[in-house]
Design a binder for this molecule. Sequence first.
Ligand code: AMP
Length: 363
Amino acid sequence: MSEVKRLLKPVPPGGVIGIIGGGQLGRMLAMAAARLGLNAAIYNDEHNAPAFQVTPLQIAAAYDDYNMLTGFAEICDAITFEFENLPSASIAYLASRKPLHPGQRALETTQDRLTEKNFVRSLGLKTAPFAPVSSADDAAMAFDKLGGPAILKTRRLGYDGKGQAKVTSAQEAMRTFDGFKAAPSILEGFVDFAFEASVVAACSLDGQFAAYDPPENVPAHHILRRSIVPGRLSKGQADEAKAIARKIADALDYVGVLAVELFVGKDGALTVNEIAPRVHNSGHWTIEACACSQFEQHIRAVAGWPLGDPTRHADAVMENIIGSEAHAWESLARSGAIHLYGKREARPGRKMGHVTRLKRLTK
Ligand code: AMP
């Protein structure tokens, strides 16, 4: 444990946890904070933030507005963030004023796909084959080296399939790179996996580690459709997934919840796709199926509290409510535990809420 970590005192009930980002993750974090007798303050760059609806402590300002960041830091006892595409200088600034978790190192490592992949490899973990691409010529060379099909991904700011495209020839790789306005990218070899999974885990300030059972994740149109626990992972694979999360967390001196997205190969091998330094969509089922949800767990960790029990007491299927599906809220509400994020406009591809359906525990 680092000296800095040892010196930090827990935030007592009544204290304020600052959350940068006001989407549904910030909203569910704020609700979890309230349950623990803590207050959440939300900082978001737009006025209509789902998380603003659940706490009176809110600031709407740009993520690099240092006057507003200063005021925000003043009212907070500890700070965290709900998404990783933030200016790292702003996070460093906030961290110089108040305890901030997970720290800048975790943010910077995971903000850039190339840095992230090199980091994962340096731990001896498996990734898809990849090559950096900073010019159209690089794109063609990378394709020739990796073979097709492959996926071109921008190094930064991609999510839910944005900033990535499958390519099947060197020419297509070049054209796609130009289409990305020559943004620094990586080309990734296509992994012919059996299915996708993820592991959500947490580390506390005093070095406790807790991992949730890894769900199987089913995507549709590049967006998570559902998470199923237990999925098709064997006990051995589930244990390996948890060990991967621990290795990554230890190397980043991590405090808070993190998620690791995995491909489960036809040969059973686990490949790391992506690390999210935050609570994750594939962990929403923990609200109903575990004694301590990923949201409460993250708030506990950031506040310097002991971690809660991640044990699963039911089988669960979490299904996202996407775009116009939200219009069917009545029948969805009948079918399970419904969470709606308070978003007014049901745009295509927008995550509007989710439903979790529980079944008796099988394993
Ligand atoms: P990402 O934005 O990297 O999480 O990718 C989004 C989705 O694209 C993943 O969940 C996979 O379904 C698919 N995908 C990403 N990278 C690869 C890959 N190297 N091989 C096969 N499918 C991939």
